[in-house]
Each structure stands twice: as structure tokens, then as C-alpha cells.
Design a protein around this ligand. Structure first.
Ligand code: SAM
Length: 301
């Protein structure tokens, strides 16, 4: 994956803190103590620190693939010596994982992962790895983003992409939901909770600008050819489609209405604001992001 800047990530996502705090509470409700915890995809590290502060444990192994994330998390980890940060791409097969990760086989009491597994295109493979890492009766807890189906807004889509491009855009919510569920069942987990959740966040202008590259990057998994995604897909039209699918205006300021009216004068299509128009319009201070995720709580057997 392309690199996400840790500071931008941290700034753009602090509104979602309620989600991981609620998750930690659900984990505590199961059991308050876990000897060995893995946090898969620690990002800026603040969720890992919260796990460490709130759960009784001996050791936390925090894993991420981006070196800048590791440097940022280590620099901000205060004096919590129970957290070990490890750089590892978890999207590779078991035998390609580093010896440090494979050493954890059957030893992990809690494998936690907040909004990370959605970056893995091979769901079966990552669930197999998680199954191997967990001890028997070990708890797997994850919040996995379910991407919006960009092909849903037909009006918007038809005006932006031809038929061949549309087929490449993404998978339906049902398909993502069912594929995750099946790969968990196939790996013989006992599912305690598997639930589709929705969330709405008010984001500031700066947060939206910082968050857009994170959102664009999420869709890279649908393209086998990274070069094709970087050069042909993630251009202006793709950004416009993403922006309009995920964000909506809270209070439509005069300038936004005017911009949209001007834009749609000729064809009376659904209200749409391009990413460039948003960037140019400093009167838009906030917008609402709406997104879905699946919450999984499952025990290894
Ligand atoms: C959206 S952030 C979530 C960070 C953190 N869990 C949180 O809740 O704030 C996703 C993180 O997953 C990491 N990640 C993505 N793909 C990964 C992979 N294949 N192996 C390990 N980490 C990965 C990214 O580097 C990023 O830090």
C-alpha cells in the first residue's frame, strides 16, 4: 500500500475514537485480562496505547506495515514498555511472515484489529493467519470497514465512468459482508458477534482534506495492478465519485448551492460537488462522513 502520513491519519480520525473505546469495553466485558495481545495495524498507535491502558496484560505486540507509522507510534508511546512495535506486512502467506510473528503461533490471547483488515484483498489468507496466531479460545475482535458500493449512485456514475470502468469500481456491501463471514466460518471460529454497523461523523475541512488520501487508498485493493490504479483510476473523477459517495453537506451554504446549480444547469442531475470545487470553496467548514463497518467478535476453537 502507499504510505499514509501518520499525522494526517491521526488528525483525520480522532472523531472515531468512540468506536474503539466501545470496542475495548466489549472486550473487557468478555474478560478483563489477556496475557498476550496483538494489535494488527496500529496506525498512529493511540488505539494500541488505549488497549494497553485498559486491559490487564503481560505484553502487546503491535504490528504495522508502514515504517513512518512505526516511528510515529514509538515516538509517542510514552514509557509503556509492555508494547513491542513490529514492522510487518500481514497480507503475505504464513511462511513469508517474519520469524518474530511466526513465533507467536498459538500464543495470542486477544487479536485486535481496528479498521485494518479491509486493506487485505485475500480475506481467507489473513483469517487463516489470525487463526494460527490465536491460542485455543483466543479472542478475535475486529472492526472491518465495508466500503460503499461506488456503483450505487447511477446518475453520478454514468456521468463519470464508462461501462468497463464501472465494473472495476468495487464490490457490493452484501458481498463484502458475506465474504468476511464465510472466511471466518471456514477458519473454524466460533462467532459471537458479526454485525453491520453504520457511523456518521462530522469532519472539519482540514480533516476531510487529510482523510481523502486515506479513503482513496482503501480502494486500491480492488485493483490487481497497482500501477493501473495509480495512473488510470485514482484521478479526479474517481476522487469526485468517492467524495460525493461518502460526504454530504450539513448545512448547505449559499456558495455550495450556487456552485451546484451552476454545475447542473444543463442536465438537472443529482446535486454534486467536485473535489476541486470543495477545495476552492472556503465557506464549507464541515461535512458529514457516513460509512459502514462490520464488528466481529469470534473465538478460536
Ligand atoms: C486506518 S489505519 C487504522 C490504525 C489503527 N488500528 C486505528 O484504529 O487507529 C490502518 C492501518 O493499517 C495498516 N496496514 C494496512 N495494511 C497492512 C498490512 N498489510 N499489514 C500491516 N498493517 C497494515 C496501515 O499502515 C495503517 O496504519
Amino acid at each position: 500500500m502507499n504510505h499514509i502520513i501518520p499525522e494526517d491519519y491521526a488528525n483525520s480520525t480522532y472523531n472515531t475514537d468512540a468506536i474503539h473505546l466501545e470496542s475495548i469495553q466489549l472486550i473487557i466485558n468478555e474478560k478483563s485480562s489477556y496475557d498476550l495481545i496483538v494489535d494488527l495495524g496500529f496506525g498512529d498507535g493511540r488505539v494500541t496505547r488505549k488497549l494497553s491502558e485498559n486491559l490487564l496484560h503481560k505484553h502487546v505486540v503491535a504490528i504495522d506495515v508502514v515504517p513512518e507509522m512505526l516511528a510515529h507510534a514509538v515516538a509517542n508511546s510514552s514509557d509503556d514498555t509492555s508494547i513491542e512495535y513490529v514492522l510487518q506486512d500481514m497480507s503475505v502467506p504464513w511462511l513469508e511472515l517474519s520469524p518474530r510473528i511466526r513465533q507467536l503461533e498459538s500464543k495470542v490471547d486477544l487479536l485486535f484489529s481496528n479498521v485494518v483488515l479491509n486493506y487485505m484483498s485475500n480475506k481467507r489468507q489473513i483469517m487463516e493467519i489470525i487463526g494460527r496466531l490465536l491460542s485455543s479460545d483466543g479472542l478475535f475482535f475486529a472492526n472491518i470497514v465495508i466500503f460503499k458500493d461506488l456503483t450505487e449512485n447511477k446518475q453520478l456514475l454514468d456521468s463519470m465512468f464508462d461501462e468497463r470502468q464501472q465494473q472495476l469500481l468495487c464490490q457490493s456491501i452484501d458481498r463484502q459482508f458475506n465474504d468476511w463471514k464465510q472466511s471466518i466460518i471456514d477458519n473454524k471460529f466460533h462467532i459471537k458477534q458479526f454485525k453491520l454497523m453504520s457511523d456518521n461523523e462530522i469532519m472539519t475541512r482540514k480533516q476531510i482534506i487529510d482523510f481523502m488520501p486515506v479513503l482513496v487508498e482503501c480502494y486500491a485493493i480492488y485493483y490487481k495492478d497497482r500501477h493501473h490504479f495509480d495512473t488510470e483510476v485514482k484521478g479526479d473523477r474517481f476522487r469526485d465519485l468517492l467524495f460525493n459517495t461518502y460526504f454530504s453537506c450539513l448545512t448547505v451554504g449559499e456558495s455550495v448551492t450556487e456552485t451546484n446549480n451552476n454545475n447542473n444547469n444543463n442536465n438537472n442531475q443529482s446535486v454534486m460537488m467536485s473535489w476541486k470545487q470543495f477545495l476552492a470553496d472556503n465557506t464549507i467548514h464541515e461535512m458529514q462522513l457516513s460509512w459502514h463497518f462490520v464488528r466481529v467478535m469470534a473465538y478460536n476453537q
